[in-house]
Design a protein around this ligand. Structure first.
Ligand code: ADP
Ligand code: MG
Length: 320
């Protein structure tokens, strides 16, 4: 069942009303929080297994948001076979909250490593592996007719940080069924990541790929490509696709990586690559071992001589 906002609200998981605390022990540590949810680590008493409990308030700003939560649950259910989407274990409901018991992604947000100092930051080789996983996860969502609409470093988690594990996509609060929204015109998500869609009425799958371009940029440089000093500047950067591809920003990063990002951040969504094409990009298919020691100068360049400007758009998307 799909309502007119593209929300799917028919769910199969049984919503338990017995107290969550009779089956789980909450560990004090908070794993994270967002606008309307707080996530805490807990242990299932019967199995001793660690999970993450996401507490979602049903009333937000005086509005009943139960349907939004059911949509989030339905999307998680539909992504059960997707190896890169966090697994949903159980659901509990109280008077004020719905509690999602999720697989615990113990490595935390990729955000932390994006902004970390050098020795903890991702290497290019790491980013290649993680970008492949994110693309595979998103391609799988798309093939299931789902768009996430809020892909950002706070919603991409890791199964473990040291050693670096695999990615888990979380937070399907804004997700919608793809055929219900052909264009993202509403202001959903976070402007820096999905913002262009607000301004240019991007097509939906293509806006996800754009977000992956932004994510890859952030993982490699530690900086957000469109973030300005204020909202206005950020929107301007987005609408003009004003991206810094300078040596300075990409110190030690290969030109193949930059080419990959450029393919995803093209202004014209129709020219942007699809998830499948992106997975075939030479940056992702080449031997990742090449990029262990980041030395741009020693790597082959894909740049045509005249296309070093940020405004330039390669004529064709990723080679396939
Ligand atoms: P919101 O919809 O409020 O943004 P999220 O689902 O993004 O809620 O969760 C908020 C934060 O909690 C995430 O950014 C992350 O840091 C943490 N978190 C969410 N789910 C998990 C999980 N399964 N394992 C570990 N941490 C999680
Ligand atoms: Mg979130």
């Amino acid at each position: 069942m799909m309502n007119k906002n593209g929300m799917v609200t028919k769910i199969h998981t049984r919503i338990r009303t017995d107290p969550f605390t009779s089956n789980y022990e909450l560990l004090g540590r908070e794993l994270g929080r967002g606008k309307f949810a707080v996530v805490k680590k807990c242990i299932e008493k019967a199995t001793g297994k660690e999970h993450a409990a996401k507490f979602l308030r049903k009333r937000r700003k005086g509005e009943d948001c139960r349907m939004d939560i059911l949509n989030e649950i339905a999307v998680l259910e539909s992504a059960k076979a997707n190896p890169y989407v966090v697994a949903l274990h159980e659901v509990y409901e109280t008077n004020s909250e719905i509690i999602l018991i999720l697989e615990c992604a113990a490595g935390g947000e990729i955000f932390n490593q994006c902004v970390a100092e050098n020795d903890e930051a991702f290497t290019e080789k790491d980013v290649i592996r993680l970008a492949r996983q994110i693309l595979t996860g998103v391609a799988c969502l798309h093939s299931n007719n789902v768009v996430h609409l809020d892909l950002k470093p706070q919603n991409i988690l890791l199964t473990s940080a040291i050693p670096l594990g695999d990615i888990r996509i979380v937070d399907f609060g804004l997700s919608r069924s793809m055929d219900s929204v052909t264009e993202v015109r509403e202001i959903l998500g976070t402007p820096e990541y999905v913002g262009e869609s607000c301004l240019l009425s991007d097509t939906v799958p293509s806006s996800s790929l754009r977000s992956i371009g932004v994510l890859t940029y952030v993982m490699l440089t530690g900086e957000s490509p469109f973030l300005g000093d204020n909202k206005q500047e950020t929107f301007l950067n987005i609408s003009q696709v004003n991206v810094d591809y300078s040596q300075d920003a990409f110190e030690g990063v290969s030109s193949l990586a930059i080419d990959f990002i450029k393919t995803l951040l093209l202004k014209n969504p129709r020219k942007r690559a699809t998830a499948a094409e992106c997975l075939n990009h030479p940056w992702l298919t080449g031997p990742a071992s090449l990029y262990t020691q980041l030395h741009a100068s020693s790597l082959p360049s894909l740049d045509e001589p005249e296309t070093s400007q940020s405004e330039s758009e390669p004529e064709s998307p990723a080679p396939s």
